[in-house]
Write a new protein. Sequence first.
Length: 256
Amino acid sequence: MRLLPDGSGGYTYEQFSDQIGAFGPGFMGFAPDGNLVVAADSEDRVVVLDIETGLEVGSLVDSGCCNLIGLAVHGNLVYSAELFQNRILRGNLSAVAPDLEVFIDDSDNLNVVLGMTVGHTGNLFQTTSQAPTINEYDSLTGELVGQFMDLEPLGLSGAIDIVYDEEANRYYVTRPGGMLVVDSDGQLIHDFLSDYLGSNGDSSYGLAIRRSVGACCLNGGCVQLTSEQCAISEGEYHGDYSVCAEVTCTTDGACC
């Protein structure tokens, strides 16, 4: 599903894609071109969806096993976790045959891996629902760097998803019943408890951060960029959430 402004100050839901996985999609991220990257759970692959149409435009296949839920995207690199196999896979969106291969196999620390993100050190940070720690792994070698945060003092037995916000230099971690905000030293900034994020022991689920983007006319063509990216490229920005399909660009970058 996709949430869109309804023109009157509110929002409306619309179906964005066909069904993904027998139980629905896993976690999501964004490719460098703005397309949506989704862990497809029981389909044993990661799919890439066109950000405007929701149509599948690519995929990375897990030839090993099953149940891809966790996901992190960093540039063209895609990390995905097999839910019950205690493994993290890695693939490259720009590869000719972008299949997923085993990157980290650590049964001592990877127990029902869910959330992953590339953090402030450039390494991979991951959460599990079965252990009260957030661990850091070397993004080049896959070796365990160490523990980033101990969740046990917060009374938590695990966490769900983790996302790094580079602009704010902080982490957002979903937990049963709410969300944690954590600084780059692994120290708690705030613990949100919310009926909107989960209640009565229900688990909050996946997170994805994306700056507002819109249609940017640039060199006679149109690309989806943030207003800042469009300004740096000396393009003509047509507002947050505008789409290239609804904009006509001229060779001087303007819209007619």
